[in-house]
Design a protein around this ligand. Structure first.
Ligand SMILES: [Zn+2]
Length: 363
C-alpha cells in the first residue's frame, strides 16, 4: 500500500488538531476551491477542527448551491471562468462575461483573473499566444464588467521558481518570471480597487521583490495560499526577515490554503484527472484537506523543524537525481508573534471583507 502523499508520517489529523493553541480569534481562509456536496462536508470538519471559520472559494458556479448548503454563510464565492469547458476561447472570453454576472447574482463580490504561465499553452492552442495575457482585450472587458458590478479582484500571476527552472524554462514561450509582473503592475494602476495576488503574489521566494510590489501599489494584498509551495519556500526564509516583512505590510497579507475539494476524492475511478486522483476514499480526502491546515498552522505558529508531512514532487522535478516524488522539504515553523498571527489569520481578511462589501453595495 503506497503511503498517502498528504500524510507521510501517519498522523491522525483529527487528534493533532487539538495540539494547536486555542486562538482568541477565528481563521479566515481566503483562497480555496471547494466543490462537491460531500467533499465540502469533509472540509467543514477540517475547518472546524483547525479553527477556520470562513472560506473564500473559487467554486464552479453550478456547484455553488450544494457547497453553500454545506458551508452556509461561511462561504464567500469568488467568480472564475468555466475551467471545465472544452471551448476555452469562449470560456475565458465571452463566456466569462456571462459567468461573472451569474456569480454576481449568486453573491460573489470578488472576481479572479487567472494568469498563470500555463494559460499561454491554452492561448497557443487557439493560435494567438497573447490571447489570455492579463492585459489582453478579452481580459480588460471582463475586468471592466467586474469593476462596474462593484467587484474586487483576485489574480494569479507567475508560479514557483521551481517551475520556471523546469516546465517554463522556455522563456521565448512563457516569458521570464519578471515579465509576468509588467501587465499586473499596469493593471494595478488602472483599476483602483482592492486586488489580492494569490500565492504571496507568485513570488514567496523573493520578499525583496514583493516589498517593492507592495510599496508601489497600495491597493494590492497578497494571500499566502498554496500549501506545498509556501511550506517549501517560506521555511527557507530567516524568521526575522519574514516577521519584518509581515509587520511592514500588516493588514495586506492574508491567510489562505488553496485547498481543492471535489467529490471525485471520495471514490475510486478509472481515468481520473491529476487533481481528482489525489484521493480515492473519504479518509484520504480528509487527510488531503486537513494536512493543509496542519502544515500551515505549524508553519505560522510553531517552531517545528522537521520534514513536512506532505510530499512535494517539485523536489524531484528540479533534482531528479537527488529526490523521489514522495520526498518532502523541511518545514521550519516561524512562530509569529500573536499580533501578527491575528492580522494574518483574521484581521486583514475581515477588514478587507468589509471594504469589498462596502464597494459592492455602492455599485
Ligand atoms: Zn487556487
Amino acid at each position: 500500500m503506497p503511503r498517502n502523499p498528504s500524510n507521510l508520517h501517519d498522523r491522525d489529523y483529527r487528534a493533532e488538531a487539538r495540539r494547536f493553541a486555542t486562538l482568541p480569534h477565528p481563521i479566515i481562509d481566503v483562497h480555496a476551491h471547494v466543490n462537491g456536496a460531500r467533499a465540502a462536508v469533509l472540509l467543514r470538519e477540517a475547518m472546524d477542527l483547525y479553527g477556520v471559520r470562513d472560506i473564500w472559494s473559487m467554486t464552479a458556479l453550478e456547484q455553488a448551491p450544494a457547497v453553500r448548503e454545506a458551508l452556509g454563510d461561511r462561504l464567500r464565492l469568488i467568480a472564475m471562468p468555466d475551467f471545465a469547458s472544452k471551448d476555452r476561447r469562449h470560456a475565458h472570453g465571452q463566456g466569462f462575461l456571462e459567468r461573472i454576472e451569474g456569480y454576481h447574482r449568486a453573491g460573489a463580490r470578488i472576481c479572479k483573473f487567472w494568469a498563470a504561465p500555463r494559460i499561454t499553452d491554452f492561448a497557443i492552442e487557439l493560435g494567438d499566444p497573447a490571447l489570455f495575457r492579463l492585459d489582453a482585450p478579452a481580459r480588460l472587458e471582463a475586468m471592466q464588467l467586474a469593476e462596474r458590478l462593484g467587484m474586487s479582484f483576485m489574480t494569479h500571476v507567475a508560479d514557483p521558481d521551481t517551475w520556471f527552472a523546469t516546465r517554463y524554462a522556455d522563456a521565448a514561450r512563457y516569458g521570464t518570471k519578471r515579465d509576468h509582473y509588467l501587465p499586473l503592475e499596469r493593471l494595478l494602476d488602472r483599476f483602483h480597487l482592492p486586488w489580492i495576488a494569490a500565492h504571496m503574489g507568485g513570488w514567496p521566494e523573493d520578499l525583496g521583490f514583493l516589498s517593492g510590489l507592495l510599496d508601489r501599489h497600495p491597493n494590492l494584498h497578497l494571500d499566502s495560499s498554496a500549501t506545498k509551495w509556501m511550506v517549501r519556500e517560506l521555511s527557507r526564509h530567516d524568521r526575522d526577515a519574514l516577521v519584518d516583512f509581515l509587520r511592514r505590510f500588516r493588514g495586506r497579507i492574508l491567510f489562505g490554503s488553496d485547498i481543492v475539494t471535489t467529490d471525485d476524492h471520495l471514490v475510486q475511478a478509472e481515468g481520473k484527472t491529476e487533481m481528482a486522483a489525489k484521493a480515492s476514499a473519504p479518509e484520504d480526502a480528509f487527510d488531503l484537506y486537513a494536512s493543509r491546515y496542519w502544515a500551515l498552522r505549524t508553519l505560522w505558529e510553531t517552531d517545528h523543524d522537521g520534514p513536512s508531512p506532505i510530499a512535494d514532487p517539485d523536489l524531484a522535478m528540479v533534482h531528479p537525481d537527488r529526490h523521489g516524488t514522495m520526498d518532502a522539504p523541511p518545514l521550519r515553523g516561524k512562530r509569529l508573534p500573536a499580533d501578527l498571527l491575528r492580522d494574518l489569520y483574521f484581521d486583514a481578511a475581515s477588514a478587507l471583507s468589509a471594504r469589498i462589501d462596502a464597494r459592492a453595495s455602492k455599485a
